[in-house]
Design a protein around this ligand. Structure first.
Ligand code: F0G
Length: 453
């Protein structure tokens, strides 16, 4: 893989630039918008002179699963024809990310009346979240460009992923997180992987503001999702989904919405796959936000996504507690291009959905559970039909935020006023740990009590 030859196209004014012209904040100096990576020989709107052969790529990507090389064993880099962003493959920094499982959710299918519901579990990545897929690509670029320091503002998962990959590459990492507002599991990862972790007295949006200033004044490479190379890696779960279904795409893909890069990346992947003839149709891509952190939902409702009014974000799903999402325009485009929807869900709906995913033996972090809560809403509104194939994208592992899970099962998570008519379902899913004397009689009594319930 030499001389990648990729270019960057502004998603606002369509100006095409080379990698060396990118500004440190990854925004277009002309219009302030974000870039996307394009490939001169095959991307839509470019020369399209050397489109790769779809069947050959499908075969090659499968073959690589049996190979012993690091790049082939990565579920991201085995698709490298679709992310030709490095000049030299030796610069790849990988933790064998990707190749995540796609689980069928049989109980969810039964309770929702949808025949086929699947969970693509990106929480089964090396650092426990979907961020690894984009971190291996963007950090490898930073490595190739010779940076010593990388940095991100984060609600926790990006910082965990970035610090792990930086440590693998022998690079230094700077993490800005909102003080007291990220889950402990994620904070502990940044520390474990050796990042310089700074907890700022602000929210995520405030951390982003500060970091934008820092990257202007110091030679640190920004690894937030405004970095277009993150999105190239985050395309690969879409390729994996299509491959698992033998290149028949599902009808619907439902993703959580925070900073709104992931929906954009998955949309880009499906559009590119269709352009290259790897698939024949697009899934509807829908984005679900928490009610208290819903700027995209509001924007689409009030002005069809023309403008976005930032909000002060509040939700216990701390990963998506974001009021001013950087990639909102890209997300609007993907929803519109694929015919998807944007919905909002309440705290109680998120908590219940998380318990239901847990009860499938899979589990996920709260932000991921918005997908199931959103699916239920879309079904109620007649936007998903029972014979459609639906994939929920689970973004984080259940152990990321065990405080949330324990509080739910103890009954301490939700306030009275939040539960509303979900009380019966919530009561049914709660499984608090029971304290007993160390006696077989007591254990058997408890077993009997539960068995007759
Ligand atoms: N789910 C989880 C578990 C996340 O960590 C995030 C974002 C999202 C969903 C939303 O994805 O931003 O692409 O719309 N976490 C970022 C972070 C912001 O810093 O870890 P998005």
């Amino acid at each position: 893989m030499e001389n990648s030859g990729h270019l960057l196209r502004c998603t606002g004014c369509a100006r095409v630039i080379e990698q060396r012209e990118l500004k440190e904040n990854f925004r277009c100096p002309e219009c302030g918008d974000l870039y996307e990576v394009v490939y001169p020989s095959w991307s839509a709107g470019m020369a399209e002179i050397r489109k790769p052969n779809a069947s050959a790529m499908r075969w090659l990507w499968k073959e690589r699963c049996c190979s012993n090389t690091e790049a082939d064993q990565s579920g991201v880099w085995r698709f490298r024809e679709m992310l030709h962003i490095l000049d030299d493959e030796a610069n790849i920094v990988s933790l064998r990310e990707g190749n995540t499982p796609l689980y069928e959710l049989r109980r969810v299918a039964e309770s929702t009346g949808i025949e086929h519901v699947f969970a693509k579990h990106q929480g089964m990545n090396p650092t426990g979240s979907f961020k690894d897929a984009g971190m291996t690509t963007a950090l490898s670029v930073a490595h190739e460009l010779g940076f010593d320091w990388v940095a991100c503002a984060s609600t926790g998962n990006t910082s965990a992923a970035m610090s792990a990959y930086a440590a693998r590459a022998g690079m230094r990492s700077l993490v800005l997180i909102p003080q007291g507002k990220i889950a402990w599991g994620k904070l502990s990862q940044a520390m474990d992987y050796g990042a310089l972790t700074l907890q700022l007295r602000t929210d995520f949006d405030g951390c982003v503001r500060v970091l934008n200033e820092v990257v202007k004044r110091a030679p640190v490479y920004l690894l937030n999702s405004v970095n277009p190379y993150r999105l190239e890696g985050q395309k690969t779960p879409a390729l994996e989904i299509a491959e698992t279904f033998d290149w028949e795409v599902p009808d619907h893909l439902i993703v959580p919405g925070g900073n709104l890069a992931n929906s954009s990346a998955l949309g880009k992947a499906f559009l590119e796959m269709k352009h290259l003839g790897l698939v024949t149709k697009l899934p509807k891509i829908s984005v679900i936000q928490a009610e208290g952190a819903n700027p995209l939902y509001r924007s689409l409702l009030s002005n069809s996504g023309e403008t976005l009014e930032p909000v002060e974000a509040h939700t216990r799903a701390s990963a998506i507690r974001i009021g001013n999402p950087a990639s909102w325009k890209k997300a609007v485009r993907v929803i519109q291009q694929t015919g998807g929807y944007c919905e909002q869900v309440s705290e109680a709906e998120i908590a219940l959905a998380k318990a239901e995913i847990g009860a499938e033996g899979i589990g996920c972090e709260p932000a991921s559970a918005v997908t199931l809560a959103g699916l239920k809403k879309l079904i109620q509104q007649g936007k998903v039909q029972s014979n459609e194939k639906v994939v929920l994208l689970l973004t984080g592992h259940t152990l990321k935020d065990s405080d949330y899970t324990i509080a739910y099962h103890r009954g301490d998570l939700l306030k009275e006023g939040e539960i509303k008519d979900l009380r019966p379902e919530i009561e049914l899913t709660r499984r608090n740990a029971v304290e007993l004397e160390a006696s077989a009689d007591e254990v058997l009594r408890e077993l009997e009590r539960v068995a007759v319930r």
